[in-house]
Ligand binder design. Structure first.
Ligand code: ZN
Length: 469
């Protein structure tokens, strides 16, 4: 018997982490950060109710910080086991964890200045850059579709989840009284129409499945039109002399939209028009991430891999400038020229995008384009929902910019893709756990699955519960 507890991403979309105990091991699948408003973020600081040093190993599904972002905290508190992951995940997790450590230090400095002024004691950051750096050697990369024997009793295998470079579903198998038992974690599942990554693999069936539900019961439309719609918005804004702001995560989505936008202009035989659009990728992370995207070209769909390896490598475009230095980032706001700025964070909660928002949102000729999921409680969600008065860096800002949402770029599976992944597994399923979704959505998805699978126990993950498989 393996006991399971959901440490996060239960009734919410961030903080992924599962504690499993059984088959002679105590281990985690993911240990990510909670991201969103203050109340959500506070969950990162709650004391762990297990001993970090007692965790044997971690199986990491992918590098996104809401899945990997508390690993340096685990290390800081005494964990010294292996962190299994795929090769690209190891490369991406290194830069993302270090970046996160740096952000925690910066936020902590700011917080402590505030506390000092109020006569309060200083507090420590969640973890530091050094903690993150010291966690990196524990990353233990391995390939997809190859069983890894952790001990006599337990093996696991990674499958491509098509969500981010290196992202995976993981199937864990253990021996119990001479019988093989299994649990399969979907991880974050891709939409199946990522411009670069292949669709998710179909793993072998398992008795228990944990499936994400970010877009349960919802269908993505517009996947064919997304690039032309984005191109239209950019052209309309530039004609008015405005700037297009695209809040986007530096790793993954940024590389994908540049790749697809260029391909769109190539398909129209208008490559010169693409080269006329000055695109600034304003993120120190993006340079590193793009290097990793080039290095692991073999993980893409074959036709994309061929392009990345050819002289027409889509990441080498003369109109795309990667901005690393802070000063150069600020200079973008001072230049009156029309341009496209792609900057993190994707939900406008942190990062350089907030400076650009402060500078551009009050201008009518600006367009703010959302291309990804905006979680409840984030500034991105508020802007997407039409909020007209906001505060940035203590200044009131009137939102006069045009706000657009280009659908179809989601990194997550919609109901059709969830069904496609789950259906071959259904005849074998005794337990179906639903996690990684906002509570009402996970419950609605569970209801649907209950009626479809009368012989399966369908459970919406609850962080207060212990489950047994
Ligand atoms: Zn993810």
């Amino acid at each position: 018997m393996v006991k399971i507890r959901f440490l996060g991403a239960a009734g919410q979309v961030t903080g992924s982490g599962c504690l499993l105990e059984g088959a002679g091991h105590k281990f985690l699948v993911d240990f990510g950060q909670f991201q969103g408003d203050e109340i959500i973020v506070r969950q990162n600081y709650q004391p762990l109710d297990f001993k970090a040093s007692e965790i044997d190993f971690v199986i990491l599904t992918h590098a996104h910080i809401d899945h990997s972002g508390r690993l340096p905290l685990l290390y800081k508190q005494g964990f010294r086991g292996k962190i299994f992951c795929t090769y690209p995940t190891a490369a991406l997790a290194e830069i993302l964890m270090k970046d996160s450590g740096k952000i925690h230090e910066e936020e902590n400095e700011w917080e402590n200045r505030k506390r000092m002024r109020a006569g309060l004691d200083e507090v420590e950051p969640l973890y530091s850059f050094d903690d993150a750096e010291e966690t990196v050697p524990y990353l233990y990369p391995m390939p997809y579709r190859k069983k890894h024997q952790v001990s006599e009793a337990l093996t696991f295998e990674y499958f491509d989840a098509g969500h981010l470079l290196g992202s995976s579903s993981v199937r864990i198998e253990w021996l119990e009284d001479g019988l093989l038992k299994s649990i399969l974690f979907s991880g974050d599942l891709g939409s199946g129409n990522n411009p670069m990554l292949p669709a998710a693999d179909h793993p072998e069936p398992a008795q228990a499945v944990v499936i994400e539900s970010t877009y349960g019961l919802e269908y993505h439309h517009n996947t064919r039109r997304r690039a032309s719609q984005l191109a239209e918005i950019i052209e309309e804004t530039m004609e008015k002399g405005g700037t297009v702001l695209i809040p986007s995560f530096a790793v993954g989505r940024t590389q994908e939209i540049i790749f697809e936008l260029k391909a769109h202009y190539v398909s129209l035989d208008r490559l010169d028009d693409f080269y006329d659009i000055p695109i600034f990728v304003d993120s120190p992370l993006a340079i590193h991430a793009t290097g990793i995207y080039e290095k692991f070209a073999d993980y893409y769909r074959p036709e994309v891999a061929a392009k990345v390896k050819s002289p027409e490598n889509p990441f080498d475009a003369p109109n795309v400038t990667y901005v690393s230095e802070h000063e150069a980032s600020m200079a973008l706001d001072r230049s009156p020229k029309s341009k496209v700025i792609i900057s993190a964070s994707g939900m406008c909660e942190a990062g350089r995008i907030r400076h650009h928002l402060k500078h551009y949102l009050w201008k009518r000729e600006t367009t703010l384009v959302f291309i990804g999921f905006q979680a409840e409680g984030t500034l991105g969600r508020a802007l997407k929902d039409g909020l007209k008065d906001i505060h940035l860096f203590n200044d009131p800002i009137k939102v006069n910019a045009r706000i657009e949402f280009v659908e179809g770029y989601s990194g997550h599976a919609d109901q059709a893709a969830l069904d496609n992944w789950l259906e071959p597994l259904e005849p074998h399923l005794s337990h179906l756990f639903i996690n990684h979704g906002e509570a009402p959505r996970s419950h609605a998805f569970a209801e649907e699955m209950e009626s479809r699978l009368p012989n399966t126990r369908v459970i919406v993950a609850d962080p207060k519960e212990f489950y047994e498989v």
